[in-house]
Design a protein around this ligand. Sequence first.
Ligand SMILES: Cc1ncc(COP(=O)(O)O)c(C=O)c1O
Length: 455
Amino acid sequence: MLDEEEIPKQWYHILSDLPKPLPPIIETETKKPGPGIVPLIFPKEILGQEFSKDRWINIPEEVRDVYRLWRPTPLFRAVRLEKALKTPAKIYYKYEGVSPPGSHKPNTAVAQAYYNMKEGTERMTTETGAGQWGSALSFGCMAFGLECTVYMVKVSYEQKPYRRVMMELWGAKVHPSPSTKTEAGRKIRKENPETSGSLGIAISEAVEDALTHKEANYGIGSVFNHVLLHQTVIGLETQKQFATLDDYPDVIVGCIGGGSSFSGLSWPFYYDKVSGKAPKDVKFVATEATACPSITKGAYMYDHGDTARITPLVKMHTLGHDFIPPPIHAGGLRYHGIAPTLSILNEAKEVETRAYDQVEVFEAARLFAKTEGKIPAPEPSHAVKGAIDEALKCKETGEEKTIVFLLCGHGHFDMQAYDDYIQGKLPPYSYPEKEVQKAMKKLKALYPWLETLPY
Ligand SMILES: Cc1ncc(COP(=O)(O)O)c(C=O)c1O
Protein backbone atom coordinates (compact mmCIF):
# COMPACT_ATOMS: atom_id res chain seq x y z
CA MET A 1 0.00 0.00 0.00
CA LEU A 2 1.15 3.52 -0.77
CA ASP A 3 0.56 6.37 1.63
CA GLU A 4 -1.10 9.69 0.72
CA GLU A 5 2.19 11.44 0.12
CA GLU A 6 2.79 9.10 -2.77
CA ILE A 7 -0.13 10.49 -4.77
CA PRO A 8 1.72 11.69 -7.89
CA LYS A 9 2.74 15.36 -7.96
CA GLN A 10 2.75 15.53 -11.78
CA TRP A 11 0.70 14.07 -14.62
CA TYR A 12 2.43 12.54 -17.65
CA HIS A 13 1.58 13.97 -21.10
CA ILE A 14 2.11 11.75 -24.12
CA LEU A 15 2.01 14.32 -26.96
CA SER A 16 5.77 14.60 -27.42
CA ASP A 17 6.22 10.82 -27.28
CA LEU A 18 3.60 9.74 -29.85
CA PRO A 19 4.86 7.73 -32.84
CA LYS A 20 3.45 10.46 -35.12
CA PRO A 21 2.33 14.04 -34.46
CA LEU A 22 -1.35 14.47 -33.72
CA PRO A 23 -3.28 15.61 -36.85
CA PRO A 24 -4.66 19.13 -36.32
CA ILE A 25 -8.28 19.91 -35.48
CA ILE A 26 -10.13 21.05 -38.62
CA GLU A 27 -12.85 23.72 -38.81
CA THR A 28 -15.66 22.84 -41.21
CA GLU A 29 -16.27 26.52 -42.06
CA THR A 30 -12.71 27.20 -43.26
CA LYS A 31 -11.78 23.55 -44.08
CA LYS A 32 -8.46 24.41 -42.45
CA PRO A 33 -6.70 23.69 -39.13
CA GLY A 34 -8.20 25.74 -36.33
CA PRO A 35 -9.72 25.13 -32.92
CA GLY A 36 -13.35 25.92 -33.83
CA ILE A 37 -15.45 26.49 -30.71
CA VAL A 38 -12.91 24.75 -28.44
CA PRO A 39 -11.39 27.97 -26.95
CA LEU A 40 -14.89 29.25 -26.16
CA ILE A 41 -15.86 26.41 -23.84
CA PHE A 42 -12.71 25.60 -21.86
CA PRO A 43 -10.58 27.65 -19.43
CA LYS A 44 -7.12 28.76 -20.59
CA GLU A 45 -5.19 26.32 -18.40
CA ILE A 46 -7.13 23.35 -19.83
CA LEU A 47 -6.57 24.64 -23.38
CA GLY A 48 -2.86 24.92 -22.68
CA GLN A 49 -2.77 21.33 -21.41
CA GLU A 50 -4.76 20.09 -24.41
CA PHE A 51 -1.99 21.08 -26.82
CA SER A 52 1.02 21.05 -24.47
CA LYS A 53 4.22 19.30 -25.47
CA ASP A 54 5.48 19.42 -21.87
CA ARG A 55 5.98 15.86 -20.74
CA TRP A 56 5.27 16.52 -17.06
CA ILE A 57 2.53 18.84 -15.75
CA ASN A 58 2.26 19.77 -12.07
CA ILE A 59 -0.87 18.64 -10.23
CA PRO A 60 -2.12 21.62 -8.18
CA GLU A 61 -1.98 21.02 -4.42
CA GLU A 62 -5.73 21.84 -4.15
CA VAL A 63 -6.45 19.00 -6.60
CA ARG A 64 -4.19 16.55 -4.74
CA ASP A 65 -6.04 17.58 -1.60
CA VAL A 66 -9.35 16.37 -3.06
CA TYR A 67 -7.62 13.26 -4.51
CA ARG A 68 -6.68 12.42 -0.90
CA LEU A 69 -10.35 11.57 -0.24
CA TRP A 70 -9.76 8.27 -2.08
CA ARG A 71 -6.23 8.17 -3.53
CA PRO A 72 -3.89 6.33 -3.72
CA THR A 73 -6.24 3.62 -4.97
CA PRO A 74 -5.40 0.00 -4.19
CA LEU A 75 -3.65 -2.49 -6.46
CA PHE A 76 -4.92 -5.98 -5.68
CA ARG A 77 -3.66 -9.40 -6.71
CA ALA A 78 -6.62 -11.54 -7.89
CA VAL A 79 -5.38 -14.75 -6.27
CA ARG A 80 -8.82 -16.38 -6.12
CA LEU A 81 -9.47 -15.62 -9.78
CA GLU A 82 -6.05 -17.08 -10.68
CA LYS A 83 -6.95 -20.26 -8.75
CA ALA A 84 -10.34 -20.55 -10.45
CA LEU A 85 -8.68 -20.22 -13.87
CA LYS A 86 -5.84 -22.58 -12.89
CA THR A 87 -3.44 -20.20 -14.57
CA PRO A 88 0.27 -19.80 -13.82
CA ALA A 89 -0.16 -16.07 -14.59
CA LYS A 90 -0.24 -13.44 -11.84
CA ILE A 91 -3.30 -11.22 -12.26
CA TYR A 92 -3.37 -7.78 -10.66
CA TYR A 93 -6.03 -5.12 -10.83
CA LYS A 94 -5.94 -1.43 -10.01
CA TYR A 95 -9.26 -0.50 -8.42
CA GLU A 96 -10.75 2.95 -9.09
CA GLY A 97 -14.18 2.03 -7.73
CA VAL A 98 -13.17 3.41 -4.30
CA SER A 99 -13.69 7.03 -5.40
CA PRO A 100 -16.83 8.78 -4.09
CA PRO A 101 -18.63 8.59 -7.48
CA GLY A 102 -17.35 5.01 -7.89
CA SER A 103 -15.08 5.25 -10.94
CA HIS A 104 -11.88 6.78 -12.35
CA LYS A 105 -13.82 9.76 -13.78
CA PRO A 106 -13.26 12.17 -10.82
CA ASN A 107 -9.48 12.13 -11.51
CA THR A 108 -10.19 14.58 -14.31
CA ALA A 109 -13.50 16.02 -13.06
CA VAL A 110 -11.80 17.44 -9.96
CA ALA A 111 -8.97 18.95 -12.04
CA GLN A 112 -11.37 20.47 -14.58
CA ALA A 113 -13.58 21.96 -11.86
CA TYR A 114 -10.49 23.39 -10.14
CA TYR A 115 -9.14 25.18 -13.25
CA ASN A 116 -12.63 26.51 -14.03
CA MET A 117 -13.04 27.83 -10.49
CA LYS A 118 -9.60 29.52 -10.69
CA GLU A 119 -10.58 31.30 -13.93
CA GLY A 120 -13.96 32.52 -12.67
CA THR A 121 -16.38 30.03 -14.25
CA GLU A 122 -19.60 29.86 -12.22
CA ARG A 123 -21.22 26.82 -13.80
CA MET A 124 -20.09 23.74 -15.72
CA THR A 125 -22.17 21.84 -18.25
CA THR A 126 -21.73 18.28 -19.40
CA GLU A 127 -23.36 15.18 -20.83
CA THR A 128 -23.60 11.76 -19.27
CA GLY A 129 -24.63 8.34 -20.49
CA ALA A 130 -25.12 5.87 -17.67
CA GLY A 131 -24.30 8.59 -15.16
CA GLN A 132 -20.71 7.79 -14.16
CA TRP A 133 -19.20 10.90 -15.74
CA GLY A 134 -22.11 13.16 -14.76
CA SER A 135 -21.79 12.12 -11.13
CA ALA A 136 -18.01 12.64 -11.25
CA LEU A 137 -18.36 16.20 -12.55
CA SER A 138 -21.16 16.94 -10.07
CA PHE A 139 -18.76 15.82 -7.33
CA GLY A 140 -15.87 17.87 -8.76
CA CYS A 141 -18.02 20.99 -9.03
CA MET A 142 -19.26 20.53 -5.49
CA ALA A 143 -15.66 20.30 -4.24
CA PHE A 144 -14.87 23.76 -5.70
CA GLY A 145 -18.24 25.50 -5.22
CA LEU A 146 -19.40 25.52 -8.87
CA GLU A 147 -22.88 24.86 -10.22
CA CYS A 148 -23.25 21.92 -12.56
CA THR A 149 -25.78 21.15 -15.33
CA VAL A 150 -25.88 17.60 -16.66
CA TYR A 151 -27.62 16.43 -19.86
CA MET A 152 -28.29 12.75 -19.23
CA VAL A 153 -29.10 10.39 -22.14
CA LYS A 154 -32.87 9.90 -21.89
CA VAL A 155 -32.87 6.11 -21.69
CA SER A 156 -30.49 6.18 -18.71
CA TYR A 157 -32.34 9.08 -17.06
CA GLU A 158 -35.44 6.90 -17.10
CA GLN A 159 -33.79 3.58 -16.25
CA LYS A 160 -31.09 4.70 -13.79
CA PRO A 161 -32.73 7.11 -11.33
CA TYR A 162 -30.16 6.47 -8.59
CA ARG A 163 -27.26 8.01 -10.54
CA ARG A 164 -29.49 11.07 -11.09
CA VAL A 165 -30.20 11.26 -7.35
CA MET A 166 -26.47 11.06 -6.64
CA MET A 167 -25.82 14.03 -8.96
CA GLU A 168 -28.68 16.01 -7.40
CA LEU A 169 -27.39 15.25 -3.92
CA TRP A 170 -24.07 16.84 -4.89
CA GLY A 171 -26.01 19.88 -6.16
CA ALA A 172 -26.25 19.33 -9.94
CA LYS A 173 -29.26 20.01 -12.18
CA VAL A 174 -29.98 17.01 -14.42
CA HIS A 175 -32.01 17.11 -17.66
CA PRO A 176 -33.04 14.13 -19.79
CA SER A 177 -31.48 14.49 -23.25
CA PRO A 178 -32.65 15.42 -25.82
CA SER A 179 -34.23 18.17 -23.73
CA THR A 180 -36.28 21.26 -24.50
CA LYS A 181 -33.53 23.45 -22.99
CA THR A 182 -31.39 23.76 -26.12
CA GLU A 183 -31.80 24.39 -29.84
CA ALA A 184 -30.04 21.08 -30.61
CA GLY A 185 -32.32 19.15 -28.22
CA ARG A 186 -35.50 20.72 -29.57
CA LYS A 187 -34.50 20.00 -33.18
CA ILE A 188 -33.74 16.34 -32.50
CA ARG A 189 -36.98 15.89 -30.50
CA LYS A 190 -38.93 17.34 -33.43
CA GLU A 191 -37.22 15.08 -35.97
CA ASN A 192 -37.43 11.96 -33.82
CA PRO A 193 -39.86 12.30 -30.88
CA GLU A 194 -39.29 8.69 -29.80
CA THR A 195 -35.48 8.89 -29.61
CA SER A 196 -33.84 7.26 -26.59
CA GLY A 197 -30.99 9.78 -26.87
CA SER A 198 -27.25 9.26 -27.32
CA LEU A 199 -24.00 10.64 -25.97
CA GLY A 200 -23.48 12.54 -29.25
CA ILE A 201 -26.81 14.34 -28.80
CA ALA A 202 -26.19 15.08 -25.11
CA ILE A 203 -22.75 16.53 -25.96
CA SER A 204 -24.38 18.88 -28.49
CA GLU A 205 -26.74 20.11 -25.77
CA ALA A 206 -24.07 20.59 -23.10
CA VAL A 207 -21.73 22.39 -25.53
CA GLU A 208 -24.55 24.66 -26.77
CA ASP A 209 -25.49 25.50 -23.18
CA ALA A 210 -21.87 26.52 -22.42
CA LEU A 211 -21.55 28.48 -25.68
CA THR A 212 -24.71 30.47 -25.10
CA HIS A 213 -24.11 31.32 -21.42
CA LYS A 214 -21.24 33.54 -20.40
CA GLU A 215 -20.96 32.20 -16.88
CA ALA A 216 -20.70 28.58 -18.06
CA ASN A 217 -17.96 26.32 -19.44
CA TYR A 218 -18.10 22.77 -20.65
CA GLY A 219 -16.41 19.71 -19.07
CA ILE A 220 -15.71 16.49 -20.93
CA GLY A 221 -15.16 13.01 -19.49
CA SER A 222 -13.02 11.35 -22.16
CA VAL A 223 -11.39 11.59 -25.62
CA PHE A 224 -9.66 15.00 -25.19
CA ASN A 225 -5.92 15.03 -24.47
CA HIS A 226 -6.26 16.90 -21.17
CA VAL A 227 -8.70 14.29 -19.83
CA LEU A 228 -6.34 11.41 -20.60
CA LEU A 229 -3.49 13.43 -19.10
CA HIS A 230 -5.34 13.80 -15.76
CA GLN A 231 -6.04 10.07 -15.70
CA THR A 232 -2.34 9.22 -15.68
CA VAL A 233 -2.37 9.39 -11.86
CA ILE A 234 -3.66 5.81 -12.21
CA GLY A 235 -0.67 4.46 -14.14
CA LEU A 236 1.88 6.50 -12.19
CA GLU A 237 0.59 5.09 -8.89
CA THR A 238 0.50 1.59 -10.37
CA GLN A 239 4.17 1.88 -11.32
CA LYS A 240 5.08 2.78 -7.73
CA GLN A 241 2.98 -0.13 -6.45
CA PHE A 242 4.71 -2.59 -8.77
CA ALA A 243 8.08 -1.24 -7.65
CA THR A 244 7.20 -2.12 -4.03
CA LEU A 245 6.33 -5.66 -5.23
CA ASP A 246 9.53 -5.90 -7.23
CA ASP A 247 7.46 -6.89 -10.26
CA TYR A 248 6.51 -5.30 -13.61
CA PRO A 249 3.61 -6.11 -15.94
CA ASP A 250 3.99 -8.11 -19.16
CA VAL A 251 0.43 -7.31 -20.19
CA ILE A 252 -1.72 -4.23 -19.46
CA VAL A 253 -5.45 -4.46 -20.14
CA GLY A 254 -8.10 -1.73 -20.09
CA CYS A 255 -11.52 -1.11 -21.60
CA ILE A 256 -12.19 1.72 -24.05
CA GLY A 257 -15.22 3.94 -24.41
CA GLY A 258 -13.43 7.14 -25.38
CA GLY A 259 -10.08 5.91 -24.08
CA SER A 260 -9.47 7.78 -20.82
CA SER A 261 -9.22 4.92 -18.32
CA PHE A 262 -7.13 2.74 -20.64
CA SER A 263 -4.77 5.65 -21.35
CA GLY A 264 -4.62 6.61 -17.68
CA LEU A 265 -3.19 3.21 -16.81
CA SER A 266 -1.09 2.62 -19.91
CA TRP A 267 0.51 5.98 -20.85
CA PRO A 268 3.11 5.95 -18.03
CA PHE A 269 4.11 2.39 -18.98
CA TYR A 270 4.27 3.45 -22.63
CA TYR A 271 6.64 6.23 -21.54
CA ASP A 272 8.83 3.61 -19.80
CA LYS A 273 8.89 1.76 -23.10
CA VAL A 274 9.77 4.70 -25.37
CA SER A 275 12.33 6.08 -22.93
CA GLY A 276 14.05 2.69 -22.66
CA LYS A 277 13.22 2.32 -18.94
CA ALA A 278 10.86 -0.66 -19.23
CA PRO A 279 12.48 -3.85 -17.94
CA LYS A 280 10.18 -5.90 -20.20
CA ASP A 281 8.45 -5.71 -23.56
CA VAL A 282 4.95 -4.77 -22.39
CA LYS A 283 1.84 -5.65 -24.38
CA PHE A 284 -1.05 -3.15 -24.27
CA VAL A 285 -4.53 -4.61 -24.80
CA ALA A 286 -7.61 -2.38 -25.26
CA THR A 287 -11.05 -3.99 -25.14
CA GLU A 288 -14.37 -2.62 -26.35
CA ALA A 289 -17.98 -3.70 -26.97
CA THR A 290 -19.05 -5.45 -30.20
CA ALA A 291 -22.18 -3.26 -29.93
CA CYS A 292 -20.04 -0.10 -30.23
CA PRO A 293 -16.85 -1.22 -32.00
CA SER A 294 -15.27 2.21 -32.56
CA ILE A 295 -11.69 0.99 -32.77
CA THR A 296 -12.11 -2.53 -34.19
CA LYS A 297 -14.63 -1.60 -36.94
CA GLY A 298 -14.68 2.20 -36.99
CA ALA A 299 -12.91 4.16 -39.72
CA TYR A 300 -9.85 6.32 -38.94
CA MET A 301 -11.39 9.54 -40.24
CA TYR A 302 -12.02 13.15 -39.39
CA ASP A 303 -15.41 13.38 -37.66
CA HIS A 304 -17.36 15.51 -35.22
CA GLY A 305 -17.46 14.67 -31.53
CA ASP A 306 -21.18 15.48 -31.33
CA THR A 307 -24.33 14.75 -33.30
CA ALA A 308 -25.39 18.34 -34.03
CA ARG A 309 -21.89 19.02 -35.49
CA ILE A 310 -21.17 21.97 -33.19
CA THR A 311 -17.67 20.69 -32.40
CA PRO A 312 -14.86 20.85 -35.00
CA LEU A 313 -13.49 17.79 -36.81
CA VAL A 314 -10.90 15.58 -35.15
CA LYS A 315 -9.13 12.59 -36.65
CA MET A 316 -10.06 9.49 -34.72
CA HIS A 317 -11.57 6.04 -35.05
CA THR A 318 -15.30 6.62 -35.43
CA LEU A 319 -18.61 4.92 -36.13
CA GLY A 320 -20.08 8.23 -37.33
CA HIS A 321 -21.30 11.17 -35.26
CA ASP A 322 -24.97 10.17 -35.43
CA PHE A 323 -24.38 6.68 -34.05
CA ILE A 324 -27.08 5.59 -31.59
CA PRO A 325 -26.31 2.41 -29.63
CA PRO A 326 -28.91 -0.36 -29.80
CA PRO A 327 -31.23 -0.21 -26.75
CA ILE A 328 -30.53 -3.90 -25.94
CA HIS A 329 -26.88 -3.03 -25.26
CA ALA A 330 -26.23 -2.98 -21.49
CA GLY A 331 -22.44 -3.09 -21.48
CA GLY A 332 -21.64 0.65 -21.50
CA LEU A 333 -18.83 2.00 -23.73
CA ARG A 334 -21.31 3.72 -26.02
CA TYR A 335 -19.42 6.63 -27.59
CA HIS A 336 -18.93 6.74 -31.37
CA GLY A 337 -15.33 7.98 -31.29
CA ILE A 338 -11.99 7.18 -29.67
CA ALA A 339 -9.34 9.55 -28.35
CA PRO A 340 -7.13 10.82 -31.22
CA THR A 341 -4.01 9.88 -29.24
CA LEU A 342 -5.20 6.30 -28.78
CA SER A 343 -6.19 6.19 -32.46
CA ILE A 344 -2.59 7.07 -33.38
CA LEU A 345 -1.19 4.40 -31.06
CA ASN A 346 -3.58 1.89 -32.62
CA GLU A 347 -2.57 2.87 -36.16
CA ALA A 348 1.09 2.45 -35.13
CA LYS A 349 0.24 -1.04 -33.77
CA GLU A 350 1.36 -0.10 -30.28
CA VAL A 351 -1.94 -1.39 -28.92
CA GLU A 352 -3.77 -4.67 -29.46
CA THR A 353 -7.55 -4.24 -29.68
CA ARG A 354 -10.38 -6.69 -29.09
CA ALA A 355 -14.18 -6.46 -29.07
CA TYR A 356 -16.35 -8.64 -26.81
CA ASP A 357 -20.10 -9.14 -26.82
CA GLN A 358 -22.13 -8.37 -23.73
CA VAL A 359 -22.88 -11.99 -22.82
CA GLU A 360 -19.21 -12.99 -22.60
CA VAL A 361 -18.50 -9.73 -20.78
CA PHE A 362 -21.14 -10.33 -18.09
CA GLU A 363 -19.96 -13.95 -17.78
CA ALA A 364 -16.45 -12.67 -17.01
CA ALA A 365 -17.89 -10.12 -14.55
CA ARG A 366 -19.83 -12.88 -12.77
CA LEU A 367 -16.71 -15.04 -12.43
CA PHE A 368 -14.82 -12.03 -11.07
CA ALA A 369 -17.60 -11.23 -8.57
CA LYS A 370 -17.72 -14.87 -7.45
CA THR A 371 -13.97 -15.09 -6.91
CA GLU A 372 -12.81 -11.59 -5.92
CA GLY A 373 -16.12 -10.31 -4.49
CA LYS A 374 -16.20 -6.90 -6.15
CA ILE A 375 -18.96 -6.32 -8.69
CA PRO A 376 -17.46 -4.56 -11.71
CA ALA A 377 -19.25 -1.87 -13.73
CA PRO A 378 -20.20 -3.22 -17.18
CA GLU A 379 -17.48 -1.06 -18.83
CA PRO A 380 -14.44 -2.48 -17.00
CA SER A 381 -16.00 -5.94 -17.26
CA HIS A 382 -14.63 -5.80 -20.82
CA ALA A 383 -11.17 -5.46 -19.24
CA VAL A 384 -11.91 -8.33 -16.84
CA LYS A 385 -12.73 -10.48 -19.89
CA GLY A 386 -9.52 -9.36 -21.64
CA ALA A 387 -7.41 -10.20 -18.57
CA ILE A 388 -9.07 -13.61 -18.19
CA ASP A 389 -8.34 -14.41 -21.85
CA GLU A 390 -4.69 -13.44 -21.37
CA ALA A 391 -4.46 -15.61 -18.24
CA LEU A 392 -6.00 -18.55 -20.10
CA LYS A 393 -3.38 -18.16 -22.85
CA CYS A 394 -0.73 -18.47 -20.13
CA LYS A 395 -2.43 -21.66 -18.97
CA GLU A 396 -1.92 -23.11 -22.46
CA THR A 397 1.69 -22.00 -22.78
CA GLY A 398 2.70 -22.42 -19.13
CA GLU A 399 4.03 -18.84 -19.04
CA GLU A 400 4.04 -17.08 -15.66
CA LYS A 401 3.20 -13.64 -16.99
CA THR A 402 2.23 -10.66 -14.87
CA ILE A 403 -1.07 -9.23 -16.07
CA VAL A 404 -2.58 -5.99 -14.76
CA PHE A 405 -5.97 -4.65 -15.67
CA LEU A 406 -7.93 -1.58 -14.69
CA LEU A 407 -11.10 -2.13 -12.73
CA CYS A 408 -12.16 1.45 -13.29
CA GLY A 409 -15.52 1.39 -11.55
CA HIS A 410 -17.94 -0.63 -9.46
CA GLY A 411 -21.29 -1.82 -10.79
CA HIS A 412 -23.49 -1.04 -7.78
CA PHE A 413 -25.82 1.06 -9.92
CA ASP A 414 -25.90 -1.48 -12.74
CA MET A 415 -28.05 -4.12 -11.09
CA GLN A 416 -30.71 -3.92 -13.82
CA ALA A 417 -28.10 -4.97 -16.39
CA TYR A 418 -26.90 -7.78 -14.10
CA ASP A 419 -30.51 -8.88 -13.51
CA ASP A 420 -31.17 -8.95 -17.28
CA TYR A 421 -28.01 -11.01 -17.73
CA ILE A 422 -28.95 -13.49 -14.97
CA GLN A 423 -32.41 -13.89 -16.47
CA GLY A 424 -30.96 -14.54 -19.93
CA LYS A 425 -32.48 -11.37 -21.38
CA LEU A 426 -29.23 -9.97 -22.81
CA PRO A 427 -28.55 -11.23 -26.31
CA PRO A 428 -25.08 -11.02 -27.83
CA TYR A 429 -25.00 -8.20 -30.36
CA SER A 430 -22.50 -6.99 -32.95
CA TYR A 431 -22.87 -3.65 -34.69
CA PRO A 432 -23.01 -4.36 -38.44
CA GLU A 433 -20.05 -3.39 -40.62
CA LYS A 434 -22.40 -2.03 -43.26
CA GLU A 435 -23.77 0.56 -40.83
CA VAL A 436 -20.25 1.92 -40.39
CA GLN A 437 -19.77 2.06 -44.16
CA LYS A 438 -23.12 3.86 -44.50
CA ALA A 439 -22.11 6.44 -41.88
CA MET A 440 -18.74 7.03 -43.55
CA LYS A 441 -20.41 7.48 -46.95
CA LYS A 442 -22.71 10.07 -45.37
CA LEU A 443 -19.77 11.86 -43.79
CA LYS A 444 -17.86 11.98 -47.08
CA ALA A 445 -20.98 13.28 -48.87
CA LEU A 446 -21.30 15.99 -46.23
CA TYR A 447 -17.65 17.05 -46.56
CA PRO A 448 -16.37 15.95 -49.99
CA TRP A 449 -13.10 17.83 -49.30
CA LEU A 450 -12.29 15.56 -46.30
CA GLU A 451 -10.33 13.11 -48.39
CA THR A 452 -8.11 15.81 -49.86
CA LEU A 453 -6.79 16.83 -46.41
CA PRO A 454 -3.05 16.12 -46.14
CA TYR A 455 -3.27 14.78 -42.54
C1 LIG B 1 -16.72 3.10 -15.20
C2 LIG B 1 -16.42 3.49 -16.61
N1 LIG B 1 -15.37 2.91 -17.19
C3 LIG B 1 -15.03 3.22 -18.45
C4 LIG B 1 -15.75 4.10 -19.20
C5 LIG B 1 -15.31 4.37 -20.60
O1 LIG B 1 -14.75 5.61 -20.80
P1 LIG B 1 -13.19 5.76 -21.00
O2 LIG B 1 -12.82 4.91 -22.19
O3 LIG B 1 -12.97 7.19 -21.26
O4 LIG B 1 -12.53 5.28 -19.75
C6 LIG B 1 -16.85 4.73 -18.65
C7 LIG B 1 -17.60 5.69 -19.45
O5 LIG B 1 -18.40 6.47 -19.08
C8 LIG B 1 -17.19 4.43 -17.31
O6 LIG B 1 -18.22 5.01 -16.71
